[in-house]
Design a protein around this ligand. Sequence first.
Ligand SMILES: [Zn+2]
Ligand SMILES: [Zn+2]
Length: 190
Amino acid sequence: MRKPQTKQCAECTFTKPLTHFYGDKTQKDGKMRRCKECQRNYDAQRAGTLRRKARLATKDANRNHEGTLSFYDVIWTLAETECMYCGEEVEEAKRTLEHVTPGNDFGSIGMCCTSCNSRKHNTPFIVFAVRHLTDYQTVRIVDRLALRRAQSFEETFNELYDDMKRYFTEKHERALEEARQAEKAGGDDA
Ligand SMILES: [Zn+2]
Ligand SMILES: [Zn+2]
C-alpha cells in the first residue's frame, strides 16, 4: 500500500503535500503537526514572548541587584522547560526568573514556576532545600549551579552555605538593632 502523500495541518486545517511539513521523528508519520508556514508563525510567536519576558526580567533584575546579568543569560534561562525546584514542565507564560542566590549573574539565577517562586521568595537556598526538596533534587540543583559557575560541587555548596549564614547574621543584627532602638525609645520616655 502506498503511504499517503498529503496531511492535514493541525493549525490552518488545510490539507497539504507532505513536503509542506517539517520532519519530526517523535510523530508517527515522521512529520510535524503544523505545516511549515504555521510552524514558522508559531515559533516566531513563542520566541517573541520569550524575548519580551527576558527584556523585562533583565530590567527588573538589574534594578534590584548588583551584577552583570545579560539579556542572553535571561533568555537562555527562560528557555528551560522544567522548574528547577519541583521539576514540573512549565508552560512559557508561567516561567519566572528565579534568583537562587542574591547575586545577579548567570551563576545565581534559574527558571522556576510561579508557585515555587512565591514559595521560595528570599529564603536562602539551603533553608528552602531542607524544607521543600528531596536530597536528590538538592544535589541536582547544586550540580547545575556548579556547572553554570564553572565550579566544583563543593565550591558551590560552600557558597550556598555562606549565603545562608549571611542571611541569618543580617537577620540577627537587624533584630539586635531593633531591640536597641526600642530600648533607647523607652529610655527617652522615662
Ligand atoms: Zn498550516
Ligand atoms: Zn515549581
